[in-house]
Design a protein around this ligand. Sequence first.
Ligand code: ZN
Length: 346
Amino acid sequence: MRPMSRTIKAICALVMVAAAAPAVFAAGCGGSGEPSARENLDKVLASDIKPNEMGMVMVLEYHRIQEKESDYTRSIENFKKDLETLYKKGYRLVTFHDMMAGKIDVPAGTTPVVFSFDDTTEGQFRYIKDGSKLAIDPDCAVGMMEAFYKKHKDFGYTALFNYLPAMFEQEKYIEQKVDYLWNHGFEFGNHTVSHPSLGRISDAEVVEEIAVPVKDMKEIDPRVKVDILCLPHGSVPQNQNLMYEGTYEGTAYKNRWALLVGSNPFYPAYHYRNPGKLVPRIQVMDYDPEDGSGASGSDYWLRYFDRHPELRFISDGDPSTICAPAYMETRLLADELPGGVSFVGY
Ligand SMILES: [Zn+2]
């Protein structure tokens, strides 16, 4: 028995050396002493975080922000609560563009989320007079987000504003607001001129509805790039191509995505079950398990991910890797990964 057991030990030793070799080689690759992707992952796993960057994400959707909660209106109090709840549950704000590109830079163990605001109403961004100066109303969405960000820098400070011509309803501050938002890394989406159901109007009208806001934005601030269409009432035009490309009276538009109104999370662009260019969102509203109201809204989905954490996107903290249990690699569309980003399984 003795010789046999020695042989087994020898084989084991050989296997261990062979297994260890690639790891040693990889760790030495950086040269500059930078930890390899695998070392990062091991650290994250050792701290009891199970990254799953093949999991689902959410684009949340707000409309009016006002004193009292009602349909399509989030109360000021509830908006503040949303910020706290999302932060505590480990959600972190990212831009829509970064989310869709798979360029996710949030701390290990957290989940990226996008805020979108439709209709650019005043409660979303209001200026008030503060003595001789202008100040952001602390009770508008931007004001509340800014205050929250000052306390919790890691939560992030960004959102997507899907604009209508009234643009926050304080006409004299339009340029100033767009300037502020653009300088602070916020994004804009085209929400058409008159908010029609695009599925019910002619092709020519669809093109005009989408092109005119692009021209308007160029006049307000030529730096602002608009390549997102937010569909009023979630209504898709009969000719779907018109959502993405068209020209009206010399103004051409090109949209990379069209946003729906409801009502589910989705897989990232590099996952084989990604939503493509037509992106679902989730309305922010409370869920009542007793009567089932709000069952398609954010509160419902937050509870859903609490119960099914394995379906939720969990970051590894390293934007250069997509980290997930190794078996998920079969679900990966490697061509959709941003440059320099690779899959690391565990
Ligand atoms: Zn709208």
